[in-house]
Write a protein that binds this ligand. Sequence first.
Ligand code: GH3
Ligand code: MG
Ligand code: MG
Ligand code: MG
Length: 310
Amino acid sequence: YIIKENRFSYHYVVKLIDRLHRNQQVKVLVADDSTVSRKFIKALLEQHLFQVLEANDGAEALAVLEKQKDIQLLITDYNMPNVDGFELILKVRERFNREDLAIIGLSNDNDESLSARFIKNGANDFLQKPFVHEEFHCRVLNTLDSLDMIRSLWEKANRDFLTNAFTRRYFFNKHQDEHKEANPFSIALIDIDFFKKVNDTHGHDVGDQVLVEFARRLNTAFGQHFTVARFGGEEFVVAFKGLDSQKARTIMDKFRAQSEAKPVQTSCGELYVTFSCGVATLNQNIDHLLQRADDLLYKAKQAGRNQVIS
Ligand code: GH3
Ligand code: MG
Ligand code: MG
Ligand code: MG
């Protein structure tokens, strides 16, 4: 393909190879009732190494999306029996937003308002059939590029760069309202003991290694069921949705004991670190709840550190 189109610059070819590599991981679903049209689009996509799935109509497309959660792009025709393109998009958008799944609408209908209607209904882009192949490829790549960009922005805002734990921003967005409905709802505020000493004795790099490992341990222990976020320097929070403070305290104390017993491997050898923790449970609002956990954390520090207080 590249050789055939040998009018490209070196730079373009490098970028293209990079994209082809990426495309191999991308699943695209093509919904079209015309077999000829579907097979044609499939061939165009496969030329660019995409993994292509097919659906005969909107209903079949919905069934495929239900089964395969990792589809990144849906290309859908407008006129189809059973569930048409519009109905399909409306249903799809109930479950996936534009950042999770991109949609490109297609039609050979001559209705001029179709493009705007598709996009208003939730499509990311629209193409009139028949189309020029090169335009089709450009639209597909642009759509996927903006999906990548949005995802990387999301990661930057919601994941801590050093530890990959969720950020404070994510924590507040997620739990600002949620805790009102979840009863009980507890949070644990965690602060590593004498962390400044780690930095002062072994250097900032080793301090970073401790933070990364500590976050990894928290995530392994709680990440699957609860939110683990880094709140600041050496301060972390776990949101125990559905647990009262007694239960949250018990599992946090178990984690504390395990963590204390297991040294962190660093480039300066093994380091033993402890933490103190305050556990507070449901209250009027998340700020108040955090304030209570913070007071309890302070008490834990005052009482000699390396303990969980609720
Ligand atoms: P305490 O037991 O009272 O909590 O004592 P502490 O030394 O842990 O508390 P303090 O709040 O005085 O120190 C926290 C230190 O964490 C100070 C700061 O330099 C360090 N820190 C904050 N963010 C980072 C980071 O990203 N990497 C590293 N290596 N250190 C950090
Ligand atoms: Mg059709
Ligand atoms: Mg601190
Ligand atoms: Mg500390």
